[in-house]
Design a protein around this ligand. Structure first.
Ligand SMILES: [Zn+2]
Length: 156
């Protein structure tokens, strides 16, 4: 890892790449056509889990709506998967804090209630179940940097 000068990574599968490993547009591992993350922007932020939950639920909702829209371009059709991949990478960092997407909460509801002694059948919903996602790397997990005071941009 220390010898590799990675320059970008895939928002869908999390694979990280050096400049030499990039061959044209699209992720070499999963073929995602979305804009990749620049490794020099891997960072840490201070946030409350509820703030992340709000962002993920709204992003998930918007991605679902956009996929079915007649004017949606091909890259927006993958946004549903990308939003879930981002939420899963975040969620895996604090697995006891709860699901960050509505689909994840609904999918886990029967098991979560069963732990409390409440048995329910199938949950009827129009929220699509989270699907399988390609995982080829960690994304920014393990690479986040905290900027020192001297690296902080000047306030405007
Ligand atoms: Zn990928």
């Amino acid at each position: 890892m220390a010898d590799r000068k990675e320059v970008m990574w895939c928002t869908l599968c999390g694979a990280r790449f050096t400049q030499d490993e990039i061959k044209g547009w699209g992720c070499p591992k999963c073929s995602n056509q979305g804009i990749p993350c620049a490794c020099d922007k891997d960072t840490t932020v201070e946030v409350n889990w509820h703030e992340l939950h709000i962002l993920c639920v709204w992003a998930e909702n918007w991605a679902h709506r956009s996929m079915g829209h007649p004017s949606s371009d091909p890259s927006s059709k993958q946004m549903d998967q990308v939003v879930h991949a981002i939420a899963r990478r975040l969620q895996a960092q604090h697995p006891t804090f709860g699901h960050l997407t509505l689909s994840g909460e609904i999918a886990a509801l029967p098991a979560d209630l069963a732990q409390k002694g409440i048995e329910i059948g199938n949950v009827e919903t129009n929220i699509p179940k989270p699907g399988l996602l390609p995982v080829n790397g960690p994304g920014a997990v393990g690479y986040g940097r905290q900027l020192t005071d001297t690296q902080q941009p000047e306030p405007k």
